[in-house]
Structure formats: C-alpha cells, structure tokens
Design a binder for this molecule. Structure first.
Ligand code: TGC
Ligand code: FAD
Length: 392
C-alpha cells in the first residue's frame, strides 16, 4: 500500500484537523486567535492576582461564544462540535476562561433556555448572550457537593411569593453575577429560582486563598429569607433532574476543554525540550524525554478523538449522560497526566508562571473536582455497566 504523501505535524500527529469541516476550522481558528491576543499575554498575571477581568465576558459575547450552542434569543445556534472546539481553545488559554463561558452558557443560560418561561427567556437570554448580564449556577452547598440531593436550601411559598433560605458554596462567578440560578428544595421537589443581584437578603462572599482556578471568581451565596415573586421559579423544572440535566451540558464542554489544557502543556513541553540543552544536547534527544513526549502526544490525540466522537454523537442527538461522564472522566484524567509529565520536562522552569504548565496543572485539580468528581463519574459509568447503583 502506498503511503500517502502527507506531512506529519507534531502538534496534530493524528491529523484530526482533517476530520473537521471548513466552518468548524474557522470557528476554532477565530477562538484560537482571540485567546492568543486577549488571554495568553495576560493570564499569568490574572492567575497571580487571582482575578479575571469581567470585561472579557463582553468580548466573548461580541464573538458570539456565550450560549453559542443554544438556539434563538440572540444565541448563535452553533453545533455541539463547534461549541466543543470553542471550549478546547478557551481552555488552552486557561480553565478559568472556559469556566466563565461554561457557567454562563451551559449552566445559567441553558437552565433558563431549557426550563424557563417565555418571559424569563426573553428577559435574560439575549443580555446574557451579549455578555451584558453575567449568570451563575448555585447547586453545591457546604454539606452537599457530590450529593446535591441532600441540599438544605429551601424555598417556601408565602402567598404568591417564594421565600428562599440557605447557602450555596463554590459558585463560579457568584459575586460578579447579575443573576444567580439557585436550586432549592420545595414541598414539591427541587426547583430552580432566578435571583437577581441586589435582591434583599441575597449576598455573596468570595472564596480566597485558592491555589487552583485562580483566574476565576468562586463565591459563597447567602440567602437569608430572600423574597422572590411567584414568577421567579423556572416553571418546567420540577425535580433534581432539572439541575442535573444542565450539568450534562457543562460536562460536555469540559470533555473538550481538558483537551485544550493538555494540548497547551504538551506543546510547551515539546518546544522547551527542543530548545533546552543539557549534557551538550537538546533534552529532546534523550530517550526518557522522547518517551514522555510520545506518551503526551498519544494522550492528547486520544482525548481529541474521544471529544470529537462525543461531539458528533451530540450533534446526532444520541449522546447519553453516562457517555458524557466517561468523556469527562477520561479526558480530565488524561489532561492531568499530561500536565504533570510536561511539568517535569520543564524542570525548574516548570514551576513558574513564565510557562503555562503549572497553571494548567493546578487548574485541572479544580476541573477534575467540579461538575462531578472523577469518583462520581466512575460510579456513573460503573452503574451503567453493571446496573448496580454504588453511590449509597
Ligand atoms: P438520581 O436519583 O440518580 O437522579 C435524580 C433525577 O435526575 C436524573 N438524572 C439526570 N438527568 C439528566 N442528566 C443527568 N446527568 C442526570 N443524572 C441523574 C435521574 O434520572 C432522576 O430523574 P427522575 O426524573 O427519575 O427523578 O440522583 P442521585 O441523588 O442518586 O445523584 C446522582 C449523582 C450522584 C450522579 C448526581 O447527583 C451527581 O451528578 N453528583 C455530582 C454533583 C455535581 O456534578 N455537581 C456539579 C455542580 S455545578 C459545578 O460544579 C459547576 S463548575 C463549572 C465551572 O466553573 O466550569
Ligand atoms: P465531596 O462531595 O465532599 O467529595 C469529597 C470526596 O469524596 C471526593 O473525592 C469525592 O469523589 C468523594 N466521594 C463523594 N461521594 C462519594 C461516593 N459515593 N463514593 C466514592 N467517593 C465519593 N458548584 C456549583 O454548584 N456551581 C459552581 O459554579 C461551582 N463552581 C466550582 C468551582 C470550583 C473552583 C470548585 C472547586 C468547585 C465548584 N463547584 C460548583 C462545586 C463542585 O461541583 C463540587 O466541589 C463537587 O461537586 C464536589 O463536591 P465537594 O467539593 O463537596 O466534595
């Protein structure tokens, strides 16, 4: 068999580029250029200063990336694969930037789009798509993380109003959000509520001293008998399923995002290994380093193919939550392996913010925890394989 005369590209070893359409490549290249111009020159400082400029949301809105996979209400209606490629490029910049987009589009906007009334959709989604209003998604509580069904935050009816009381923890964008989508227990099951910033009794407190996902705001939401009008509830979500269905969307984005973080680490290690000389030779010439590079390239390629496969399945309307769990489990674990290996290739320089690797490595410790820990996704897959629920 004749070997095709195609050039082998170290940074796309399996030629995954060829599996994308022209439109998909255009979207990817646009987001990559945005990240190169607007994120990479600054993100080391943001990470060090533990902040993310919220004006970035306006820029992301202008590019049409917020809720880009949703239809109508000012959203782009892009394919799941195009959305995935976007998450991959954003997270090649920083997990915090992808988080901003995930929480806005896949959690807050998706919750309203999927479970909201027509009035709620018209009021919030166009502004959120433009980046003029920021959303957050409050499910986790101090004592209810992996097991959100044990949440204590309660909403009770008082005449035609709702009154919310409780606390949410670890909420991305919490203190910068114009709108919090808050999940609370009611007499009729877990429901979602739209809580605008400034509502009496609603306050936030940022979580400090994080060593991971520093270019991202994480907050506590405090709900002290917050009174909301009757139409603040998402009418179509009547059980925990409402909240969990949103997680599928964000987890799907992470399947791709993790590939971006892994790719950035691999590329940094490859470039460094070719430039750095020890014992009179580039360290890339040593077998031990080549083995690391080969394994990282393999992990990045394998994770990319898995993400693309799940993306095509999602676009065909046949992607199941359990398959998303497998994707998140596999690709975040792979990205962590790549980041840890790449960090070693960089030697002492691998521990500074002059290179992206340790920033990604630390960020991935959040990514492997939020949106369901690796353990939780292993149990979802295990349950699907065996038919036995091992959570309790
Ligand atoms: P379980 O009895 O299994 O389910 C309750 C109801 O929900 C349905 N369901 C789902 N529906 C859609 N998609 C899914 N993935 C679903 N998983 C379950 C289920 O069918 C059932 O429906 P129904 O109609 O029969 O009532 O619930 P459980 O209490 O046993 O819990 C299952 C478990 C452990 C898998 C779930 O609670 C879980 O996923 N835990 C992990 C929690 C988590 O991922 N939290 C994420 C918080 S948000 C976040 O981290 C944002 S970070 C974003 C960023 O910054 O990028
Ligand atoms: P726990 O649930 O207490 O888990 C602790 C350990 O026990 C983990 O290793 C876990 O895998 C293990 N474990 C738990 N149950 C089992 C079991 N049945 N079997 C085996 N092992 C088990 N939440 C939101 O709602 N909105 C957000 O925007 C948001 N953003 C976040 C941003 C960051 C940076 C972080 C770190 C978290 C964020 N979260 C958010 C919360 C996140 O979803 C939770 O941290 C996550 O679901 C895990 O919950 P937990 O931290 O309470 O850990």
């Amino acid at each position: 068999m004749a070997v095709a005369d195609t050039k082998l590209r170290p940074k796309d070893f399996l030629d995954i580029d060829a599996l994308l359409s022209d439109e998909e490549r255009d979207i990817r290249d646009t987001v990559r250029a945005f990240v190169t111009d607007q994120v990479l020159p600054h993100v080391g400082d943001w990470f060090e200063e533990a902040r993310i400029p919220i004006e970035l949301a306006h820029e992301l809105g202008k590019l049409g990336l917020l809720g880009m996979h949703l239809h109508g209400y000012g959203c782009a209606g892009a394919s799941a694969t195009a959305y995935g490629l976007t998450c991959m490029e954003l997270e090649a910049g920083d997990s915090g930037v992808r988080s901003l987009v995930s929480v806005q589009g896949s959690l807050a906007m998706y919750a309203i789009h999927r479970w909201g009334s027509e009035e709620q959709k018209q009021h919030w989604i166009p502004r959120m798509a433009a980046g003029e209003a920021i959303g957050c998604f409050g499910l986790t509580e101090p004592d209810a993380g992996s097991d959100p069904g044990s949440m204590r935050t309660r909403a009770r009816r008082d005449g035609s109003d709702w009154v919310l009381h409780g606390q949410k923890m670890w909420i991305t964008n919490g203190s910068v959000a114009d709108l919090a989508v808050v999940w609370a227990r009611t007499d009729d099951g877990v429901r979602g509520f739209l809580v605008p910033r400034g509502t009496a009794g609603f306050s936030t407190q940022d979580i400090h001293r994080k060593l991971s996902l520093r270019a991202s705001v994480s907050s506590e939401l405090l709900l002290d008998d917050v009174r909301l009008p009757g139409d603040a509830v998402l009418p179509e979500a009547t059980s925990l399923r409402g909240a969990l269905s949103c997680l599928n969307e964000a987890r799907y984005g992470i399947v791709w995002g993790a590939v971006g973080a892994a790719r950035a680490c691999f590329e940094a290690a490859l470039d460094y290994s070719l430039e750095r000389r020890q014992f009179g030779r580039p360290i890339a010439s040593f077998q031990l380093q080549q083995q690391k590079l080969a394994e990282m390239a393999l992990e990045v390629g394998r994770a990319s193919l898995l993400a693309l496969h799940l993306g095509r399945m999602k676009d065909d309307g046949r992607l199941r939550p359990e398959q998303v769990s497998m994707g998140k489990l596999a690709n975040v674990n792979a990205a962590l392996d790549v980041a840890r290996t790449a960090r070693q290739v960089l030697g002492g320089n691998g521990i500074t913010l002059e290179y992206p690797v340790i920033r990604h490595m630390n960020n991935l410790e959040s990514v492997v925890t939020y949106e369901g820990t690796a353990d939780i996704h292993a149990l979802v897959v295990g349950g699907a394989l065996t038919g036995i629920d091992a959570f309790r």
